[in-house]
Design a protein around this ligand. Structure first.
Ligand code: NAG
Ligand code: NAG
Ligand code: CA
Ligand code: CA
Length: 209
């Protein structure tokens, strides 16, 4: 639901809270790589994954194949929609590839932990990428939004995009809401305040990782 819109707003939120510490590494092991690989995952792509999560003692705390909903999940790579260990450890993957990630607490749920994850947990994930798609920050997405092909997004174009995304996901259009979201997007993304989002301003900023 509203995946692209949401991941966009999530990336906006993520951009505003950037405390920097030297990052420990995630340990990556490729368990299976398909023979054919048409494209490899990169920052900004949307990935559909099945995943299992294990504590250090070997107890499994999550399995997307057997838990209640039994659904693989979509997320956007590299925008802190998921834990950092995933953003770092799931690059350059092919559809059908399976990896094991060993993620230190600093790249997972840290000192606080979260839900059933205790503080300072090193976590192991087995992750299989089912599908890779262009994310909201791709060149293709920009072109799709740029209705008059002038290489910048006007407020009208952004609002149209939001309206279409809502429609596509079966939500009723809501002008007030689209207007607010659009203003919010421009406040954060239109860095030089010229009333347009240029392709440079739009493109995801890689230095956040
Ligand atoms: C394994 O670790 C988790 C998290 O610390 C804990 O909840 C679970 O009870 C442990 N399981 C065993 C068998 O020790
Ligand atoms: C439209 O969005 C505004 C702002 O979020 C909200 O207050 C209002 O209830 C929404 N209207 C409808 C019909 O959903
Ligand atoms: Ca335009
Ligand atoms: Ca601008």
């Amino acid at each position: 639901m509203l995946l692209t819109v949401l991941s966009w707003s999530i990336s906006l939120l993520a951009a505003s809270c950037g405390a920097k510490l030297p990052d420990p590494e995630v340990k990556v092991e490729v368990l299976h790589r398909p023979f054919l690989c048409h494209r490899k995952s990169k920052y900004g792509d949307m990935l559909l994954v099945h995943h299992e999560g294990y504590f250090e003692n070997g107890t499994r705390f999550h399995n997307s194949r057997s838990d209640d909903n039994q659904q693989p999940v979509w997320f956007t790579l590299g925008i802190k929609e998921v834990i950092k260990g995933w953003d770092k450890g799931l690059q350059d993957m092919c559809a059908g590839e399976k990896r094991k990630l060993i993620v230190p607490p600093a790249l997972a749920y840290g000192k606080e932990g979260k839900g059933k994850i205790p503080p300072e947990s090193t976590l192991t994930f087995i992750i299989e990428v089912m599908e890779i798609r262009n994310g909201p920050r791709s060149h293709e997405s920009f072109q799709e939004m740029d209705l008059n092909d002038d290489w910048k997004l006007s407020k009208y174009e952004v609002k149209e995009y939001l309206r279409k995304e809502f429609e596509r996901h079966g939500y009723p259009p809501n002008d007030t809401l689209h207007e607010n979201m659009m203003e919010d997007i421009f406040a954060k993304e239109d860095e030089n305040k010229d009333g347009f989002i240029s392709s440079r301003e739009f493109t995801y900023k890689h230095d956040e990782l």
